[in-house]
Design a protein around this ligand. Structure first.
Ligand code: PLP
Length: 593
């Protein structure tokens, strides 16, 4: 499947494809070419009087195990191809001349990369290697069919429960380490604990359910990842001009830049701010960062003393809550109202203000709801900030990903008399999340935040500067033709995928979802009574174990009830189709125990 094969940044395998990976890649390619799922292979083998196990096939497909010779022949017969089309010619000869149980030992030998199906960018499609890069040993894979064989498995069993190793509890994992020489501990051994500052920090977008998914993958399961808003692995490519310009400028990017960033980058950001109507913006009020993430953290550290309160939306992009907590502040969540297209509930916001409240955070367009706030709502927030003398932080990283007739208004453009900090970057609009480039713009009445800015400058200087090669392409990226527009226009990939997922989710009995107007997330609601859901983490784990689908639970976005989850609808349509069918099937019978 396109996209899901390529893991997130930290999991990406950079080594040359191993034999087992090439085999898996060729097998998937041949299966895709014939529209066959794993369950079909099992059924077709049975038709030929041979038995293939579900987990066995799953292991071949995910590149964890090489089949024996006889099984390669069987698979080739089913797929109506020659065995060498699965193994490669040079390797096939070698394979033929060695005992069938030995291929794992050769896993690192050069595979026929030329035969591997290419990904969109022409690179061989790699399945993840085992942690040490070696293939898992071949199992005694080819079992003659038994007369008592069951009925052919259905489509849902293409990624069946049996393909997923038994769930292990988190407690199991912490106690199950082997007693190798390196980890024997005596009573007096000093161990190192994480700082207590992290005790209340939550970042579930890459949390325990993701760890469990990684464990399942390492044991051969195939996981559909609908959990992270990372466009590149789903085939969204960086505009070529951006890459070209970075390449050109690379030799000039060897040194640190000014701690705020390169002049050219900040000038382009300033011009962008002017177009968005921000007032009183100057070059020294623009800071580039290693993504917006770094700057959120920097601002929270610069602003908050222990016990200072900051208003943050619920649901939120959880980094805001995490960074405020880490800085010693107290995040106070105001509710966004699903009944009002997920716009912030202004009455709730105002009711939560205390003498210790320093700032309001808004995320517009919103992650995880996809809401784009109406101008009147923004004016209402400005009014509250004005009345209670609060700073405004506006995270607008999705402002160029609006759909339909949604028009994005920067809240800072409505608040020239207040102290505002507006955040954006290129991770989403230019599909270069991995380059790490974001920025923040200070605007409005800067006198109100003079001392805060001293703190910001100090922290900015302490981190020296942000990634300079990424800064070098800001000017190119922000100017001229914006290719992202074609993705979000009617008929564009993001827009069509949004439409499909929205319709498909609402067609499931017990699920409702507000149509997102921007970004690439949807935040559906589950009927907790119908499904007996009391714990959304358990729900996420159940979905993972039963269907191999990874989503993020609503609680991961500081949503207080266990009744929501977030889907990232970036994967291509065929993957989304499969995911939605599996979800529908899951909810048909799901009752949380
Ligand atoms: N803000 C929001 C609302 C996000 O959704 C994300 C990433 O998903 C970020 C900030 C972080 O972006 P960056 O890649 O610029 O660090």
């Amino acid at each position: 499947m396109i996209g899901v094969e390529v893991a997130e940044g930290e999991n990406t395998v950079n080594t040359a494809p191993t034999t087992v990976e090439v085999f898996a890649s060729c097998l998937r390619h041949a299966m895709d070419g014939r529209g066959l799922k794993q369950a079909d292979l099992i059924r077709m083998a049975a038709d030929r009087g041979s038995k293939l196990g579900k987990s066995q096939v799953s292991q071949y497909v995910s590149g964890k195990t090489l089949p024996r010779r006889a099984v390669v022949q069987l698979l080739a017969d089913i797929l109506e191809i020659e065995p060498f089309e699965l193994t490669g010619e040079s390797w096939a000869a070698e394979y033929e001349s060695t005992p069938a149980s030995a291929p794992a030992a050769r896993a690192k030998s050069a595979g026929p990369a030329a035969l591997a199906p290419a990904t969109a960018d022409g690179a061989p499609a790699l399945a993840p290697a085992t942690p040490d890069g070696a293939a898992a040993p071949a199992t005694s894979a080819f079992i003659p069919s038994s007369p008592a064989m069951s009925d052919p498995p259905g489509r849902a069993e293409a990624r069946p429960a049996a393909a997923f190793p038994e769930p292990r509890t988190f407690a199991d994992r912490s106690t199950s380490s082997s007693h190798s020489e390196g980890n024997i501990m005596s009573e007096n051994t000093r161990t190192f604990k994480k700082s207590s500052k992290l005790d209340n920090v939550l970042y579930d977008v890459r949390g325990p359910v993701v760890d469990e998914a990684a464990r399942l993958e390492s044991e051969g399961a195939h996981i559909l990842k609908l959990n992270i808003g990372n466009p590149a692995p789903f085939g969204f490519r960086t505009p070529f001009e951006v890459i070209q310009d970075m390449r050109e400028q690379l030799p000039e990017c060897e040194g640190y830049s000014d701690s705020r960033g390169l002049f050219s980058a900040r000038k382009a950001i300033m011009q962008y701010a002017q177009l968005k109507g921000l007032s009183n913006v100057s070059m020294d009020g623009i800071y580039t960062g290693n993504g917006v993430s770094e700057l959120i953290n920097l601002c929270m550290q610069a602003l908050l003393d222990t016990g200072d309160e900051i208003l943050i939306p619920s649901p939120d992009y959880p980094l805001w809550t995490a960074c405020a907590t880490l800085a010693g502040g107290t995040p106070v969540h105001y509710r966004c109202d699903e009944q009002a297209d997920w716009n912030p509930d202004l009455a709730d916001m105002e009711a939560k203000i205390t003498p210790r409240t320093k700032a309001i955070v808004i995320i517009n367009p919103n992650n995880p709801t996809g809401a784009v706030y109406a101008k009147e709502v923004l004016e209402g927030i400005v009014e509250i900030a004005r009345k209670h003398q609060l700073m405004i932080f506006a995270d607008e990283i999705y402002d160029r990903l609006c759909m339909d007739d949604a028009e994005h208004v920067s809240i800072a453009s409505l608040a020239p008399d207040l102290f505002c900090v507006t955040f954006s970057g290129l991770s989403k609009s230019h599909m270069i999340a991995g380059y790490r480039i974001g920025w923040m713009i200070v605007s409005g009445n800067k006198r109100l935040g003079e001392d805060f800015m001293l703190g910001v400058n100090m922290l900015s200087n302490m981190r020296l500067c942000s990634n300079v090669p990424a800064q070098s392409i800001v000017q190119t990226a922000l100017g001229g033709h914006q290719s992202v527009k074609s993705y979000v226009a009617p008929g564009g990939r993001v827009c069509e995928q949004r439409n499909y997922v929205y319709e498909a989710l609402n067609a499931i009995d017990g699920i409702t979802a507000v149509k997102p107007k921007a970004a690439f997330y949807i935040f559906p609601k589950m009927d907790v009574k119908k499904f007996n859901i009391r714990d959304d983490e358990q729900f996420a784990l159940d979905l993972l174990h039963q269907k191999g689908i990874l989503i993020t639970r609503g609680g991961g976005f500081n949503w207080p009830e266990p009744d929501h989850f977030r889907i990232v609808y970036l994967p291509p349509m065929d993957v989304l189709h499969e995911a939605m069918e599996d979800l529908a099937e899951f909810f048909e019978t799901y009752r949380q125990r």
